[in-house]
Design a protein around this ligand. Structure first.
Ligand code: CP
Ligand code: NVA
Length: 308
């Protein structure tokens, strides 16, 4: 069976834990090495990853490219607008052709139905590099960042502030798989996807939705936020005004656990969803989090290609 990674549940809790362990080991094993040097075992030597971007990206693009290099493979990066896909070739035909040419496909797109269609017609693994619905690779990196700071995932207290977006949905999925508590504070009308919330609760994660930012952060060991307006969202003054109470500033951060870490997938809009005081402050783990995209995605690639 082809292992697609459209969401964290495609792997499940056990595989996710294995990915985190593998990422920690591989990260430790290459300290001091040049960033482009393959790991000694080069487990994906000869493998090629095709990447399709229908939206902007810095981290996902560079981290997947470096991840496949470190695993001994190589990548091809394509903007959808310069592909025949951008002129109307179908997603299904694109999937069939790329499956004959490369070993795995990563796509960043808008409508989640598109990645599902790509996976339906691809014979090689399809990996979600962000859709309007979810961003699972980001959450593997976030969990890695939390675990390497000494936190255990079961029972962890996590707070999400602001827009109930794609990153929030994947964090909710992780709460169910890894059994942590996630309190999400945001304005009415900007809640995360109800199906993700229901599925995580069924799986045993405690997911609390509130409009009170203090309720979300009280006792939280991890405080997470993201842009108030995601790529492709209309945004506007009403949207931005609704988000103001959820800004993560020093006062709000002080209400979390004193040892709490601050995460943000980036790019950040300083003085909007987070103040510079917090994002540049001692509790911020954002640069480790960004670097961990490489280490996390190496494990995602290894899992998708049956090596984990
Ligand atoms: N966090 C993240 O996915 O960043 P990019 O949009 O730069 O890829
Ligand atoms: N929620 C953001 C994440 C960017 C990495 C967006 O979709 O624009």
């Amino acid at each position: 069976m082809t292992r697609h990674f459209l969401g964290l549940s495609d792997a499940g809790g056990d595989a996710l834990a294995a990915m985190l362990n593998d990422a920690i080991d591989r990260k430790a094993g290459r300290i001091g090495q040049p960033k482009g040097k393959p790991d000694a075992d080069a487990p994906l030597a000869g493998h090629t990853l095709a990447m399709i971007f229908e939206k902007n990206s810095t981290r996902t693009r560079v981290s997947f490219d470096m991840a496949i290099r470190q695993l001994g493979g190589s990548s091809i990066i394509m903007e959808a607008g310069s592909m025949q896909l951008g002129r109307g070739e179908t997603v299904a035909d694109t999937a069939r052709v790329l499956s004959r040419m490369v070993d795995a496909i990563m796509i960043r797109t808008d409508d989640h139905a598109k990645i599902e269609e790509l996976a339906r017609y691809a014979d090689v693994p399809v990996i979600n590099g962000l859709t309007d619905l979810s961003h699972p690779c980001q959450i593997v990196a976030d969990l890695l960042t939390v675990v390497e700071r000494g936190f255990a995932l079961p029972g962890l207290q996590v707070a999400w502030l602001g827009d109930g977006n794609n990153v929030a949905n994947s964090l909710i999925e992780a709460a169910g798989l890894m059994k942590f508590t996630l309190r999400i504070a945001g304005p009415l009308g900007y809640e995360p996807d109800a199906d993700f919330v229901a599925a995580a609760r069924r799986a045993g994660g405690e997911v609390v939705l509130t409009q009170d930012p203090e309720e979300a952060v009280r006792g939280a060991q991890v405080v997470v936020t993201d842009t108030w307006v995601s790529m492709g969202q209309p945004g506007g003054d009403v949207h931005i005004a609704a988000m103001q109470p959820y800004q993560v500033d020093g006062v709000l951060m002080a209400k979390a656990d004193p040892k709490a870490v601050f995460l943000h997938c980036l790019p950040a809009h300083r003085e909007e969803e987070v103040t510079s005081e917090v994002i540049d402050g001692p509790q911020s783990a954002i640069w480790d989090e960004a670097e961990n995209r490489i280490h996390a995605q190496k494990s995602v690639l290894l899992w998708a290609l049956g090596r984990l």
